[in-house]
Design a protein around this ligand. Structure first.
Ligand code: XIL
Length: 453
């Protein structure tokens, strides 16, 4: 590359790929463990647990369908069974997506968790904006529950009958149902659901009830009193929409206290969100968090299993609702398993380790002039994939980075370290990502050895 200095102006060296002059290489190898030697559903089944995912019916083809079918033994319709979906205008029903998901589950030998019958959210406008007497409201609710539960009678293993009935302080949430019917709407809904399908397990489901706190204690007290009254209640759903690094310390203890009450516990909507961009460190923390949740469930016999709220970051509600947050699921947007995926496998007794070392970085000087040069680094994977990356090298002759694009680079002395930008952390198996930089040089400009990871 030094030879290119003589007689070439900076402009002529910046004319593009044709001037690519140097290929340095390096880093590689180590046998790549393939993603999921044993599917999660087989690992879970061996432990007698459910491993589920929320799904979107229209996506159940191609890679999304392959993974949903191969890795999970339970499905929850993410939106397909909500009131606004199934009865958008009064008396007009649309079961298409719900039917599709139930059929997919049957074809893949999966159980289905119905979600959800009584909620304050995602109700159709005609219902939410109507004016109803208590008697009318009661009839509407009974009809809705009877119609929907009967439609899927014998085909759903469980129903989230009542969703999110509590405020954070443990008081009842003010909703259409509570305001119109009083707290007993919960007992009535459960009773109507049992009458429509005696074989489905009936749950109350809520969020921020994973640890021992005022809200989970209110749920505990409700379940206790329902059981004392003989109201049909089989389990509680702990949604578990968690934040990175914040798995409650009392998670297992809380699961245990419900189990001791004589009900099942399901983790129904697990996701663990992080502030974007994701980094290796955050993904590592997320894996530990996923493992902690799975461990807590595995440790308690009455914890039936864990459902993730979307298995891929491309089908997660988080970015739409929590600004600046995302990357909350076990697979990235390109269906590459993240460290969280391997953490779930490990917690379920799997021995698969994440693929490492099958990605390499190639450093090249794209153009060079008397005081500076433009470099590029290409990260390519074969037999493995990355969902975030860091590459490092040591400059051997005093070169100094001045600017980088498609990566964030830092240099301390000779040591350079570059991490992915928010949008290019994924290097698929068989794919590559390239970033560039400008740097100063004098004297000589030797090619460094670049390492990934
Ligand atoms: C979410 C869905 O994932 C989104 O697609 C939809 O726009 C809003 O609802 N708690 C629940 C779920 O019980 O039904 C919610 O699902 C997420 C929070």
């Amino acid at each position: 590359m030094r030879s290119l200095r003589s007689g070439l102006s900076p402009a002529s060296l910046l004319t593009g790929a044709a001037t690519l002059v140097t290929l340095g290489a390096l880093l590689v190898a180590a046998p790549a463990a393939q993603a999921a030697d044993t599917p999660l559903r087989d690992l879970a089944a061996a432990k007698g647990k459910a491993i589920g995912t929320a799904v979107t019916g229209s996506k159940l083809t191609g890679t999304y369908g392959d993974i949903a079918g191969a890795q999970f033994n339970w499905l929850t319709p993410g939106n397909a069974m909500k009131w606004e979906t199934v009865e958008p205008s009064r008396g007009t029903y649309n079961w298409a997506e719900a039917d599709q998901i139930v059929a997919f589950a049957q074809a893949h030998n999966q159980q289905v968790r119905g979600h959800t019958l009584v909620w304050h959210s995602q109700n159709p406008g005609w219902l939410a904006n109507g004016t109803w007497t208590p008697a009318e409201l009661s009839t509407l609710l009974q009809d809705h529950i009877s119609t929907e539960v009967t439609r899927y009678k014998g085909r759903l293993a469980a129903w989230d009958v009542v969703n999110e009935p509590f405020n954070e302080d443990g008081t009842y949430r003010s909703t259409l149902w509570y305001n119109g019917l009083g707290a007993d709407y919960i007992a009535q809904a459960l009773t109507w659901a049992r009458a429509a399908d005696p074989s489905a397990k009936l749950y109350i489901n809520d969020y921020n009830v994973e640890g021992v706190n005022a809200k989970s204690t209110a749920l505990y007290n409700l379940v206790k009193s329902l059981k004392e009254r003989g109201v049909p209640i089989d389990g509680v759903g702990l949604q578990a929409h968690l934040i990175l690094g914040q798995v409650p310390a009392t998670f297992q203890q809380n699961i245990q206290r419900f189990a001791d009450l004589g009900v099942d516990v399901a983790i129904t909507e697990l996701d663990i969100r992080m502030q974007l961009p994701s980094t290796e460190a955050k993904l590592t923390q997320q894996a530990a968090d996923y493992k902690a949740v799975l461990d807590a469930c595995v440790a308690v016999a009455r914890c039936t299993g864990v459902t993730v709220w979307g298995f891929t970051d491309s089908d997660s509600w988080i970015p739409d609702v929590f600004t600046g947050y995302g990357a909350a699921t076990p697979y990235d947007e390109n269906y590459v398993p993240k460290p969280a995926y391997y953490a779930i496998a490990t917690a379920l007794g799997g021995t698969t380790t994440p693929p490492t070392g099958a990605c390499s970085a190639t450093y090249s000087v794209a153009s060079q002039w008397n005081t500076g040069f433009t470099g590029q680094v290409r990260i390519a994977c074969s037999g493995a994939a990355l969902s975030a990356w860091r590459v490092s090298w040591s400059f051997g002759a005093g070169q100094q980075i001045t600017q980088a694009w498609n990566a964030t680079c830092a240099q301390t002395g000779a040591a350079v370290s570059c991490v992915n930008a928010s949008y290019n952390g994924t290097v698929p198996n068989g794919g590559s990502v390239t970033f560039g930089f400008n740097a100063a040089w004098s004297g000589s400009n030797p090619v460094p050895v670049v390492t990934v990871g």
